[in-house]
Every structure is written in structure tokens, then in C-alpha cells.
Design a binder for this molecule. Structure first.
Ligand code: EPZ
Length: 463
């Protein structure tokens, strides 16, 4: 099969965006309605963990519907560094992890991509030893991994953390993890995924209690089951895994990205547009659709795995508290803040999942929003109109929120921080252009020349 063999030094072949993300900005002229059909890509938070899950497989993993994202490219580099062979054919990724040549993941890559830490489960399950750098904190929070570590220790691993490296090994002959009953203090998505993957090859039964219920956790479980893993209860708070000796080749397609779909629904609502989105699995968007309908946004199912947003007449205020699934997703909080900023009334947003995920409020205020933040709560007073300005995205979803706000703001908005946007959205600007948005990706130099001033120095760390 014709494909591009992954260059170990660079991982997946370059995910081509029109310009290098870290030197470009988006210019958006607001006030244009959108129309047509937007195609939703594969879910980022499935793709990344399923790529890690491929390390469990002693055969060929054929993974379809892989989104074109900087984070996917980076995860490919991590897998390549572990000696895994990857071949990319369009949106399909072929991974051959028969040979994992080292248990030591590359420090500079893992610290840039938190999801790569989840690979500690599969590496430990396959090799009985793993040296995984700690992912470290990011713009939205400290992002500890204590639940991952404690769960692996419960399964018999010895874990020492020194010099920023998580050194884990399974003592005793054969170095095989043991099944265990594990209660998670909080329904961590990553910890659930790390431990579920580790348990697929452990000796005996593992029960994860207070497990995360996100659709991406279910997608990972279905991927592992397709490889021969014995997993029950994914999607509920209790997941039971019977360990097996080996997992076989698989051909699997990733679910559509519910967060990308939700972000486009907000783009439609804020621009008072009507258009179609597909593929979408409506059940994955229940809390998002419910909240949009509460705000007066009309959304209808329009055929199999297809949604249509209808022209919004008036945006009503609403209160939001982010919670683990099936509660309102924290990844939708920032784009929703942009929408609530233009509602006819006052709204309250409580970010209860991450400790520092309201930083986009100050950038939205630069666009004329009226938002006050106190600890983890944002008080949003709706305004009639936003006005375009240069703004800076500090993390992935904050950047998306600013793009969405720019679609509605009067005049021109310039959004910096595309290195974050391109991590999690598959060519968002191109998809918006195809819907009729006036949006252009230009170099920083071109943007500065137009403004005659340099945009804020990028203060954001990698999230
Ligand atoms: C996953 O991150 C997602 N990332 C995040 O998406 C998402 O926001 C998050 O789940 C919550 O839904 C991927 O799947 C790659 P958590 P994860 O462990 O697994 C605390 C995006 O924008 N915690 O559920 O890191 C943690 O600090 C990204 O696409 C511990 O205390 O999230 C946080 O407050 C951002 N100890 C809370 O739990 C641990 O060992 C939820 O974190 C692990 C987590």
C-alpha cells in the first residue's frame, strides 16, 4: 500500500497547514453568516489515546479517521522514538508495535504532549518497565498524574519519580502487572485510560471504580476489545477488565470529535447561521445541545449522524458548571463563554474541573465583552456587540473561543496563538472559510504591518 513511511526523527509526515502555526495569525472580519456543510474530523482525544493503545498490540493496527492535528503528529513522534513503525495514508494510520525497542520515552516530546504520558500503561504492560517523563503543568492547570501512578502501583508496579522522570517497573519473574481493584479519587479521563490499557494485559481481573465515562474512554475500550481485550462497563463508573496474554491486529475507525462539533455549533449560533454538521454522534453532545437549546438555539437531527443548526433569533443567558461526563464538558467552556458574552442577560460559568481555565475572559473583554472572573467563576454580562481587536489565545480551547468571538465581532479581529489552535482543531480556519466566514491565516509580520504594532508577546506556556 502506497504510504509515507514515518521518518523517526519527525514522526508523522508534516501536517501541512497553510503556514507554520507558530508564525501565523488568523485575521477575521466579523458579521458574516455561515452556510453549507462542515465535515467533522475524528476526535483528538480518542486519536491520541488510541495511538498509545496501539502499543499494546503485537500485530498491525489500522486506524481510520485520524484528524490532521499537531498533537497527532507529536504523538507519532513519541511512538517512533519508542521504535514503533508508523505509516500514514491520508486520514489512516498504520502502526506496527510488534517491536518496542526502548522503554524510555523522549523527554522533550512527552513534556509537550500530556496525552503521551498515558502510554506508560501500555509500555509497562508490554515490557514490564517504563521511563516516562512527567508531563508537567500547562496553561490550564498543574495536571498531576498521581491517580495514574497510584493505580499502576496497585497493579504491582514499583514507581519512583526522580529528575522529572516516572521510573516504573514490575518486580518478579516475567514482569507482568497484576489485576487489582482500584478506586479513582476523581473520574480522571487519563487515569482511567492509562489503567484500562495496562489492565488489558495484566494477570487477572482489574476493576476500575469511579472511572471516567467520556465517549473517548468508550472509544478506547472498543478499540482494545477489537484487538481481543476483555473489557466490560466502559461508559459507566465501573469498568471491569480480564487480562489476556496478547492482543491481535485491528482495523478501527475513530469517533467524530464532539468538541469540534460543539465549537462549530457555537460558531453557527453566534453568527445567527444555518448549516449542517456531519458526522456527529448526537448522544456525545447531549449536555452541549441541551445548554444551547436553553439559550434559544435551535438544533435538529437531519439524517444519520447529522445535525442542522437553524438561524438563531435571540440568545438567552444560561449558567454553566463544568463536570466530568455526562456533565457539561470543560473543553466546551471557553467557546461557550464567547457565546454567553453576547446573550441577552447575565450568565454564570463555574469551571470546576481545571484550576486555571478562565484566562480567555480577559481577551474576550478586549473585544468588548463584560466578564468578571473571581477564582473559578466568571460573571458574564451579555453585550449587544463585540468589536474586533488583536487577541491572544493562551490554550487550545481559549484560542477557539477567540476565533468564534471574532466571527461575530464588528470589524477585524486578529487571533494569535495558533500553535494551540492547530493542536486540537483540524484546519478550523479552512472549514470556516468553506462555510463563508471571512477568515485568513497570515504571517505575524503581515499582521503587524497592518496594525503597525506588535501583538502581545506570547506569554502562554504550552498546554
Ligand atoms: C483529558 O485530559 C483531555 N485530554 C482534556 O482535553 C480534557 O479537558 C480532560 O480530559 C477532562 O475532560 C485528553 O484526553 C488528551 P483528567 P486529562 O485527568 O486526562 C485532575 C483538550 O482541550 N487529575 O480528567 O489530563 C486534573 O488535574 C484537553 O482537548 C488529578 O488530580 O484530564 C484535573 O483537575 C484539555 N490527578 C482533573 O483531574 C491525576 O492523576 C481532570 O483531569 C489526573 C487528573
Amino acid at each position: 500500500m502506497e504510504g509515507s513511511l514515518i521518518n523517526p526523527s519527525s514522526g508523522l509526515t508534516d501536517v501541512k497547514t497553510s503556514l507554520e502555526a507558530d508564525s501565523s495569525v488568523l485575521q477575521i472580519w466579523g458579521g458574516h453568516s455561515l452556510q453549507g456543510h462542515v465535515e467533522i474530523s475524528g476526535a483528538k482525544n480518542s486519536a491520541l489515546v488510541i495511538m498509545a493503545g496501539a502499543l499494546l498490540c503485537s500485530g498491525d493496527c489500522h486506524i481510520r479517521n485520524v484528524p490532521k492535528l499537531a498533537d497527532v503528529k507529536k504523538m507519532g513522534q513519541v511512538l517512533s522514538a519508542l521504535g514503533v513503525r508508523l505509516e500514514q495514508n491520508g486520514d489512516t494510520l498504520d502502526i506496527d508495535a510488534r517491536e518496542i525497542t526502548t522503554s524510555k520515552a523522549p523527554y522533550e516530546l512527552v513534556t509537550q504532549l500530556r496525552a503521551s504520558f498515558f502510554a506508560i500503561g501500555p509500555i509497562l504492560a508490554r515490557l514490564g518497565v517504563a521511563q516516562m517523563p512527567l508531563p508537567g503543568g500547562c496553561a490550564i492547570g498543574a495536571r498531576p498524574v498521581d491517580l495514574h501512578v497510584r493505580g499502576l502501583q496497585a497493579m504491582g508496579a514499583e514507581v519512583q519519580i526522580e529528575h522529572g522522570i516516572c521510573n516504573a517497573y514490575v518486580p518478579g519473574s516475567g514482569g507482568r502487572l497484576q489485576g487489582a481493584k482500584i478506586y479513582l479519587d476523581s473520574p480522571s479521563v487519563g487515569a482511567t485510560e492509562t489503567l484500562m490499557m495496562a489492565a488489558t494485559l495484566a494477570d487477572g481481573e482489574t476493576i476500575l471504580e469511579n472511572a471516567a465515562r467520556e465517549p473517548e474512554v468508550v472509544d478506547l475500550a472498543n478499540f482494545c476489545i477489537a484487538m481481543g481485550a476483555k473489557i466490560e462497563g466502559a461508559g459507566t463508573s465501573t469498568i471491569t477488565i480480564q487480562g489476556v496474554l496478547k492482543l491481535h491486529s485491528v482495523d478501527y475507525s475513530i469517533i467524530p470529535d464532539r468538541i469540534e462539533a460543539g465549537t462549530f455549533l457555537i460558531a453557527g449560533a453566534i453568527t445567527r447561521s444555518e448549516f449542517i454538521l456531519s458526522p456527529v454522534i448526537p448522544d456525545h453532545l447531549t449536555p452541549v445541545i441541551a445548554k444551547l437549546r436553553e439559550m434559544g438555539v435551535r438544533i435538529v437531527e437531519d439524517g444519520h449522524n447529522c445535525l442542522r443548526i437553524l438561524k438563531t433569533e435571540k440568545l438567552l443567558p444560561a449558567d454553566i458548571e463544568t463536570l466530568p461526563h455526562p456533565g457539561f464538558p470543560t473543553d466546551m467552556q471557553a467557546p461557550f463563554m464567547s457565546l454567553l458574552a453576547m446573550a441577552d442577560g447575565d450568565s454564570l460559568i463555574n469551571e470546576s474541573v481545571f484550576e486555571n481555565r478562565l484566562r480567555h475572559a480577559s481577551e474576550l473583554n478586549r473585544l468588548g465583552a463584560d466578564i468578571r472572573v473571581k477564582r473559578n467563576t466568571a460573571f458574564v454580562r451579555g453585550v449587544q456587540m463585540l468589536s474586533g481587536a488583536p487577541v491572544l489565545g493562551t490554550d487550545l480551547r481559549a484560542s477557539a473561543a477567540l476565533v468564534v468571538a471574532g466571527l461575530a465581532a464588528e470589524g477585524k479581529t486578529t487571533v494569535q496563538g495558533l500553535q494551540f489552535l492547530d493542536r486540537g482543531y483540524d484546519r478550523m480556519d479552512l472549514k470556516l472559510q468553506q462555510l463563508g466566514a471571512k477568515i485568513l491565516r497570515v504571517t505575524q509580520v503581515e499582521a503587524d504591518a497592518e496594525y503597525g504594532l506588535s501583538l502581545l508577546p506570547s506569554e502562554a506556556s504550552i498546554s
